[in-house]
Design a protein around this ligand. Structure first.
Ligand code: ADP
Ligand code: ASP
Ligand code: MG
Length: 296
């Protein structure tokens, strides 16, 4: 069984979602698909938090534009029998969850700092919750999973870390029926084991979510589907002469990620390296390109 992670640009448009569908349909089942929020939406959700705190409720206009973007994607990619249900899911999360959160931020000037942080963490999780509803609805054999039910974090000094033991127990429970179908889970999002608050694994953390699942489910491989042909010698946006590295060791990949190669979130490598699970970096928009394999 493979774990395949699709990043923001790979779920960001009807065109890219149709590529995703073809790529996943070509796989042996079961398969686990981990998705990011639609490209740019996480930044928007956070920018709207700032606006709401300034009592600038024009953030609600941005939210309506995002609603339309998600509905358009549903009409373009979701199987017909599921469309109505997925439209309803998107509206429910926007109207009954996101809007009340933004209004609470906008109308409560005395909200304590830790409460603001808690609300913004809950808000930012909606990017992956909405995109995963669309992706699940693209497959007749789509099986939804909610990462909030099994990804557990705990406080560690000023930050948060994954609670591996509790996450392992919950992942094994949640994926016990992994016999067929396209199993879709959200990247990035998690829950605090002690307080139950919604948390996340840090910006770019969907890669790490996928690596955690690959490791705990003993996947045959982890595939990171993104918008470039593989792990490259440098960022192609700033170095147009960069070339794809066909094969790397975990140590080489870790070193380049630590040095800022944004293509993989740095904590992703260690867990899969420990289990010797090969990591592929592939291009959703050019799936026949060989990509990069990261191995021992
Ligand atoms: P995703 O949304 O799929 O997670 P990211 O934007 O996080 O995608 O990562 C892919 C981007 O990483 C590429 O578009 C590229 O500009 C950038 N990047 C930076 N360094 C590298 C590198 N060494 N090799 C490939 N891409 C890189
Ligand atoms: N959506 C989150 C972000 O933009 C996580 C991810 O895409 O990996 O940071
Ligand atoms: Mg990324």
């Amino acid at each position: 069984m493979k774990v395949m992670k699709f990043g923001g640009t790979s779920v960001g448009s009807i065109e890219s979602l149709l590529h995703l569908k073809d790529i996943v349909n070509a796989q042996d089942k079961p398969v686990v698909v981990v998705v990011s929020a639609m490209g740019g939406f996480t930044n928007q959700l956070l920018a709207m938090c700032e606006q709401a705190q300034q009592r600038d409720i024009s953030c609600l206009d941005t939210l309506e534009a995002a609603r339309k973007r998600h509905h358009d994607a549903i009409d373009g990619v979701v199987v017909e029998s599921m469309r109505g249900q997925v439209h309803e899911t998107i509206d429910r999360f926007i109207d009954e969850s996101l809007k009340p959160y933004y209004l609470a931020l906008a109308t409560n000037p005395h909200m304590p700092v830790d409460e603001i942080e808690r609300v913004c963490d809950a808000i930012v999780a909606h990017g992956e919750i909405l995109s995963s509803a669309i992706v699940t609805g693209m497959f007749d054999d789509g099986v939804p999973h909610l990462s909030l039910n099994f990804m557990r974090t705990r406080r560690d000094g000023h930050g948060r870390v994954l609670d591996w033991d509790e996450t392992e127990r919950l992942v094994k429970q949640d994926f016990a029926q992994l016999t067929e179908g396209v199993h879709v889970a959200q990247g990035f999002i998690s829950r605090d084991g002690e307080k139950g608050d919604v948390t996340n694994l840090g910006r770019g953390g969907s890669d790490y979510s996928a690596a955690i699942l690959a490791t705990l489910l003993d996947a045959e491989s982890l595939e990171i589907w993104t918008d470039v042909d593989g792990f490259m010698t440098a960022d192609p946006r700033t170095h147009p002469d960069a070339t794809v590295i066909p094969q790397m060791t975990y140590a080489q990949a870790q070193e380049m990620c630590d040095a800022g190669a944004k293509v993989i979130y740095p904590p992703t490598i260690a867990p899969v390296a420990m289990k010797h699970i090969p990591v592929w970096v592939k291009n959703t928009f050019n799936p026949s390109a060989p990509g990069t394999v990261i191995i021992d």
